[in-house]
Ligand binder design. Structure first.
Ligand code: TRP
Length: 286
């Protein structure tokens, strides 16, 4: 399923709540990496930078990066979640009054055009949150190739392989926020596609898929039943699941060759002490 469907207004709120739960380590780890290496990252972007962000979200890490940049020219946040994009945009515009901010409501996994006549200056893409992990191999290559057409440099957050227990509890937190986030998809289907999912008869489950090196999010039907939506019937066996999302975990070598396939070379990598998460700088090779 395209990952953008999880982010309606309630989904965006729930996702922001996920980033604050103890079990979900990626956000705080990546934020710490960006804080500690902001100056290096800013040097990589160069003076007078034009910064594009794919899947801008709440923009906390972006603020840290922008704050370190020398005389940035323009910030282009791109996100499918229009409400949250508007909030993030106005907060960043207020905090950095000399920076031009131009939000774009778009699904960055599809083709979209950048506004014509962007100001001159080195263009860098910022793609944090390990969102690259939510794309399969084909989608990831298509995304990285499109990014290559937009910019000549990128800073990208990648979640790394680690013990399965840590991974699974990050995607099935004890506070139940991730479960609520995943189940919100069924509430959205009920509302927007005239669906009849009984929300209390499906449960969230996170599974590790070793072959794909991915945490898979599922919604498991507790009964056998037929669910109608958009005028069609869908049959579930008891225990059968809807696979809603995957979050692929990389090692640096595998990610490096993926990037290379799409025309990029990894130039620097910044990691936390425990080696849980990596933020990489990429240069376009061709
Ligand atoms: N980019 C996030 C990740 O893969 C998205 C995410 C976090 C997510 N928790 C989730 C997606 C739970 C679906 C379900 O880590």
């Amino acid at each position: 399923m395209p990952c953008c469907w999880l982010y309606d207004a309630r989904g965006s709120d729930l996702f922001n709540a996920i980033t604050r739960v103890e079990d979900y380590y990626p956000t705080r780890t990546e934020t710490e990496i960006v804080s500690q290496n902001a100056q290096d990252m800013a040097n990589f972007c160069g003076e007078g930078a034009v910064l594009l962000e794919y899947g801008a979200g709440s923009g906390i890490k972006t603020e840290i990066l922008i704050d370190a940049l020398r005389a940035p020219r323009l910030y282009l946040p791109i996100d499918i979640a229009a409400d949250e994009l508007a909030q993030t945009t106005s907060r960043i515009a207020k905090r950095f009054p000399r920076l031009d901010v131009f939000p774009i409501v778009a699904d960055f996994t599809r083709d979209f055009d950048l506004p014509p006549a962007l100001p001159l200056g080195p263009r860098t893409a910022f793609f944090p949150g390990s969102t690259i992990g939510n794309l399969n191999l084909r989608e990831a290559i298509a995304f990285l190739s499109r990014m290559h057409r937009h910019v000549g440099a990128a800073i990208i957050g990648v979640d790394l392989k680690k013990d399965v227990r840590t991974l699974l509890s990050a995607y099935d937190d004890s506070a139940g926020v991730t479960a609520a986030f995943n189940l919100n998809l069924l509430a959205r289907i009920n509302r927007e596609l005239d669906g009849a999912f009984p929300l209390d008869r499906f449960i969230h489950e996170a599974r590790w898929n070793q072959t794909e090196s991915a945490v898979e999010m599922h919604l498991v039907s507790l009964d056998s039943r037929v669910v109608t939506l958009a005028g069609r019937d869908f049959t579930f066996f008891s225990g059968e699941s809807i696979h809603t999302e995957s979050s692929r975990k990389y090692d640096l070598v595998t990610f490096g060759s993926l990037a290379e396939t799409a025309g990029w070379r990894v130039s620097q990598s910044w990691r936390d002490r425990a080696g849980q998460f990596a933020v990489l700088s990429l240069d376009a090779v061709s």
